[in-house]
Design a protein around this ligand. Structure first.
Ligand code: 9MR
Length: 404
């Protein structure tokens, strides 16, 4: 393809919502062993790339599949029902979907006795109509439990509540789910327990074997779904990150030793882009060798690794959009090139797909009040530099890894 002139490039970049500054990518500091051997490429280098279609064979889903990866995103069910362009974008890009909220207790359990499957069923129907796989998120969590739960759950009835919930929910979709996050975010080292387990409502009411009970019940309810332990904070190359990785891997080892039915570990991957004023500092939450050691340890336990909730928050960056988009794209590329270097990683989901519906900013957003730009598509549904960075990272996954 003929290289576009700069003028053409700028025009195309503007149409696609990609800033011209994507041509200059911030140098990145972090190099895990897996990516150190690979030639570095800019997050989005060629103007020609920007003129390509992003649909069909050019989508994230198609490029992932060509390299042994499933790509998909978390779906906002209110948007799916109300915004046709959003639904079309999810359909165009994703080979797998997960409900951002619709399969949590808070959505499914209006009362202690009752279930409301309206939104969850709608997602399953959407996915099946479009031949997408479906991930369930989640069966057991310390957050998003309904109000009646706090008033009703006791040490006497907690096991029954947990088992009934899992049997009913996982049982309803049995045979149709790619995977289930059975237990979400059970480790909290700061809580001070020797085993690092979070002092959650489930731990308090049942004790630490709630985890085993949940996985066993899920396996019985849906023997085909890949059962997953999902957590955040595993990524950073910090002391807290290392402590979290150690506590999670120790818990996984105990589970495997006790033959708890477990197939995969979800590394949520909510990372941050950061300012790189000195040319080599603080990009991408300082991810690196610690995370790669963790992934290798999970692989050695015979488990798969899923990137389950990726996004790149831009709240530390100055306001200008091209600069933010370039830094976010660089973080995606660096992170994905690194983790996709390990053959245990089979699945990449972003937590949303367009900036329009990102969860980021609801709590501690940008100080300047501007919308964050953490996802591959902007609020108008145009592919950003992050899209091309992701696709480039998928394409760089080595043949030996993707077919191994
Ligand atoms: O994005 C989700 C947001 O809309 C909900 O209000 C919140 C509480 O249920 O959960 C968010 O999703 C979280 C996910 O379920 C677990 N990992 C962290 C995600 C972001 O907070």
């Amino acid at each position: 393809m003929r290289r576009a002139s700069r003028r053409e490039f700028l025009g195309t970049a503007a149409r696609l919502g990609v800033g011209a500054a994507t041509a200059t990518v911030l140098p990145l500091a972090v190099a895990g062993r897996a990516c150190a051997a690979k030639p570095r490429r800019a997050a989005s280098t060629s103007a020609d790339v920007k003129t390509e279609s992003v649909a069909g064979d050019s989508s994230l889903g198609a490029h992932g599949a060509a390299h042994g990866l499933l790509y998909g995103c978390a779906v906002n069910m209110n948007a799916l029902g109300a915004d046709a362009a959003y639904a079309a974008l999810v359909r165009e890009q994703c080979r797998i979907v997960v409900a951002e909220n619709a399969m949590k207790w808070g959505a499914l359990r209006p009362s202690a006795e009752g279930f409301n499957f309206d939104q969850a069923d709608a997602l399953v129907a959407f996915a099946e109509a479009n031949r997408m796989k479906i991930r369930g998120h989640n069966l057991v969590w310390h957050q998003n439990n309904p109000k009646w739960f706090d008033a009703t759950a006791t040490k006497e009835n907690a096991r029954g509540l947990l088992v009934t919930h899992i049997e009913t929910v996982a049982g309803r979709y049995a045979g149709r789910m790619h995977s289930w996050d059975v237990v979400n975010e059970a480790i909290d080292v700061a809580g001070g327990r020797a085993d690092g387990l979070r002092n959650s409502v489930w731990l308090r009411l049942i004790d630490e074997d709630y985890i085993e009970l949940a996985f066993k019940t899920a396996r019985e309810a849906d023997p085909q779904a890949l059962l997953t332990y999902n957590d955040y904070g595993i990524e950073p190359e910090t002391h807290a990150g290392e402590q979290k990785r150690e506590a999670v891997i120790e818990m996984l080892r105990r589970m495997v030793a006790r033959r708890v039915p477990l197939d995969a570990v979800g590394v949520q991957s909510h990372i941050a882009a950061a300012v790189s004023t000195d040319g080599n500092k603080s990009a991408a939450s300082q991810v690196g060798a610690g995370l790669m050691r963790f992934i290798a340890a999970v692989r050695e336990l015979g488990l798969q690794v899923f990137v389950t909730e990726m996004d790149v928050n831009d709240r530390a960056l100055a306001a200008d959009e091209p600069g933010r988009d370039a830094a976010v794209a660089a973080a995606y590329r660096q992170y994905l090139e690194m983790v996709l270097g390990d053959p245990a990683v089979r699945l990449v989901l972003t937590w949303g797909i367009t900036d329009r519906y990102t969860w980021l900013g609801h709590e501690d957003g940008r100080a300047d009040g501007k919308l964050e730009r953490p996802l591959p598509f902007d609020a108008e549904g145009k592919a950003k530099a992050a899209f091309f960075a992701m696709r480039g990272a998928f394409d760089q996954r080595e043949a030996a890894v993707s077919h191994g």
